[in-house]
Ligand binder design. Structure first.
Ligand SMILES: Cc1cc2nc3c(=O)[nH]c(=O)nc-3n(C[C@H](O)[C@H](O)[C@H](O)COP(=O)(O)OP(=O)(O)OC[C@H]3O[C@@H](n4cnc5c(N)ncnc54)[C@H](O)[C@@H]3O)c2cc1C
Length: 388
């Protein structure tokens, strides 16, 4: 066993950390308040290759694999969850669907500019009646000559209003159900019949936009069927599986930042004549944060290694997602407590971190659904089938 990062991954982390400290941290409060990650920040990330970290170099990526991508998400998660979410929805699910199942032509045409950050991606599965039950989507795609015509609405799509390219999932044969009857499509924002609807106001990750997408007789060329016709649901699930690992890496970064801020504060803040670090109640919170972070770090990078080495990783990815998001929530909650009233004040990164952390228990499959994934996999091995 070797638990060290390669030299290349260490160098990548150093470069990302410098970028995060120089370009993102100073803007984090403003990003939350203005509800926008500046496109200039995205452009600077792109110049460093940070919009395509996991993808092969032949498609414009850095070729750093899932481990490299988790390093990016961890470092961004330390300073600004909104920025991590914008890049995460772009790379980790939007472009990832094209990387996993796109044809070689689609990878050249779409993945390459996405990996270089020349274009922005989104991933559109959720609909008003289809959240956890993603198989219940109703957006329809009907063949018309050389095109498919899409009709329906997607909601809560991260990057929906800034994306140039969107991986969209639609029903192509209702009778076949999700497995066989759903197809993925690559939709460009300029395709006729596509428009952006309402933009949500949110509790946290406010700098990442969450948009409604409207398909009104939207014409998509038949070459833009993403992967195999009828296999779109499998593409969606595969993509979300991988996305969950890096999402947990962003949670790891958030939890680590909460710990570091707590240690700094507890060392300086004096009550009853001594730093509060001298109080066992504070020490225990710090020790518990540290234990959970260490466990999460091992889990995230071991799962990323499983992805990079072609091992099955679905169960581990689901564990990453629910454990990681809950570790982040518990750590930032303890950080608020350690900071006392200071932790509750607006404009302070603890308060923002507390609001930002909560979403990770909900999106990319709720934590209840992830527990079902894990339990189903365990019971399957003893011949018991579980349905959600
Ligand atoms: C900020 C934000 C960004 C998002 N970005 C995207 C995006 O980019 N692309 C995209 O496609 N979607 C996106 N989503 C949608 C997100 O993935 C869904 O919100 C999520 O999957 C849950 O669906 P829901 O909100 O409809 O909750 P519901 O499915 O209605 O669930 C409500 C509650 O019931 C529980 N529940 C449901 N079914 C079960 C069950 N079988 N057993 C036990 N409990 C159950 C859930 O766990 C939850 O607690 C985003 C959502 C948000 C809030």
């Amino acid at each position: 066993m070797d638990f060290t990062f390669s030299k290349e991954h260490e160098l990548l982390r150093k470069m990302i950390r410098e970028f995060a400290e120089r370009e993102v941290r100073p803007l984090a409060t403003e990003i939350d308040e203005t509800e926008r990650v500046p496109m200039e920040t995205v452009r600077k990330a792109a110049q460093l290759g940070l919009m395509g970290v996991p993808f092969p170099q032949e498609y414009g990526g850095v070729g750093a694999g899932e481990i490299g991508y988790c390093i990016l998400m961890e470092e961004l998660g330390k300073v600004c969850t909104s920025t991590a979410t914008v890049i995460g929805a772009h790379t980790g699910i939007g472009a990832m669907a094209i990387y996993l199942d796109g044809t070689p032509e689609q990878k050249v045409k779409y993945l390459t500019p996405l990996a270089k950050g020349e274009k922005i991606a989104a991933f559109a599965l959720t609909e008003p009646q289809a959240g956890s039950d993603a198989a219940a989507i109703r957006t329809m795609a009907v063949r018309d000559g050389d095109h498919y015509v899409l009709n329906g609405n997607k909601i809560w799509i991260t990057n929906g209003d800034i994306a140039d390219v969107i991986s969209v999932f639609a029903v192509t044969d209702k009778a076949l159900g999700a497995r066989g009857g759903v197809t993925a499509f690559i939709v460009e924002k300029d395709f006729p019949g596509f428009s952006v609807g309402s933009i949500e106001e949110k509790m946290g990750i406010r700098g990442s936009s969450t948009a409604e997408l409207i398909f009104n007789d939207c014409r998509v060329p038949k070459e833009n069927v993403l992967g195999t016709f009828g296999a779109g649901f499998v593409t969606a699930m595969k993509t979300l599986d991988i996305g969950r690992v890096s999402l947990a890496a962003a949670c790891l970064g958030g939890a680590q930042a909460a710990l570091e801020m707590s240690v700094r504060f507890a060392s300086q803040r004096r009550q009853f004549g001594v730093p509060i670090a001298q109080k066992q109640a504070i020490q225990w919170m710090v020790a518990e944060m540290s234990a959970e972070i260490e466990a999460l770090r091992s889990l995230v990078y071991r799962t990323a290694w499983m992805v990079d080495t072609g091992r099955p990783f679905s169960r581990e990815a689901a564990i990453c997602k629910f454990y990681g998001s809950e570790v982040a929530s518990r750590c930032i909650d303890r950080a608020v407590q350690i900071h006392g009233g200071m932790g509750y004040m607006r404009g302070f990164s603890i308060e923002r971190g507390y609001r930002d952390a909560r979403i990770a228990e909900i999106f990319e499959g709720t934590n209840e659904v992830q527990r079902i994934v894990v339990a189903s996999d365990i019971f399957r091995q003893v011949g018991v089938r579980i349905s959600p």
